[in-house]
Design a protein around this ligand. Sequence first.
Ligand SMILES: [Zn+2]
Length: 396
Amino acid sequence: MTTKLFSCNSYETEFTACVTEVNKTPKGYVLEFDRTLFYPESGGQNCDTGTIYTSDARQWSVVEVFYEGSAIKHLIYGENPPSKGEPITGRIHWVRRYTHMQRHSAQHLLSQAFVRVDPAFRTVSVAMSSSVCTIDFEGFPDDDDIARAEALCNEICREGIPITVHEVDESEIGNWNVRRPPKVSGIIRLVKAGDYETAACGGTHLENTAEALPVKILRSEKIRGDLTRIHFIAGSEAFEDYIQKHEITRALSEGFSSKVHAIPMHVANLESSLSTAKQEIQFLSAMVARQLFDEATMKQDPLIIIEAPAVDVLKKLMAIAGETPDTVFAGFLTTESKLEVSLISTCPEKSMGDVVKKLQLTIAVKGGGRKEMARFAAQVADKDLIKQTLKQILSN
Ligand SMILES: [Zn+2]
């Protein structure tokens, strides 16, 4: 059994220990020490990472830490690991650990806040593996409940209540007002924030509630059965989130020349304008297509060739051609780098798929199709040659 140094002081970053096991696995060397500060992944909290080194300055990264029974295992990166019995010094990645402590402590304070808003809102499970953490509750807190829980949690944080750890025998657990009953027996580790919150927990926590500030609930959703999941962010990650979102809203605010609170109104106005513009484009495209098609058919050529000024016009032209009997139509659309050609036939004896195959015998074009419709892409420089070749193929 590994001695859990992280249980006594979550703020320690360096420790010495003795290697008690070394195993080679497909993922790398897995080491066990007589004691460790590295927190193993458990209870919804990520494991610590960091480095270990020996007195002769050999060094390895610790990339994963996990429980195997009561033993704590350390997966290291690198060859020639320290030997069994060799002393090592370990150093945890402090910023990562502290972030986990902020997430985890905020989770306790929020879970308690929800129970205080309504005793029915009991925490069922938590996930804290990324900056946006989640808590799953029984029941359905509404927007008002969520706002009250968030406000209470931040108020408790601002009070700067010390967070303490107590180890008590399971027989004494009834003397403590525990929000979450222990999942283990024997000596129980309780994490307490004054008279506000007590829960059985083996994780690492802050020393003071103020360090979790700010705590922000981002959204909630109903999940399987009668559970509600809230997504929250806390501490330095919440502050980073605020900085990012502030930059976005500042840019939008400057772009709209408006106050931040008016941005949703400006976006709604833009959406409305866009919808109107799309309708107008459809209407005008239909008009332009009809005019172009009528002008082209006046020439009475066996092949109607039209250069469409825009993709929407081309679509309308294809629709018109498809509804016009005994017509063979070639719509050309020139984009920045290439030429796109759409062929439509309502003449039963003329297959557009075959036309493309014949065209490919003399000009490098990519595409194909069926009897009524075909498409191909080509070089813009070949436009006139393609027009001429199409006329020749269709006149035979
Ligand atoms: Zn905890």
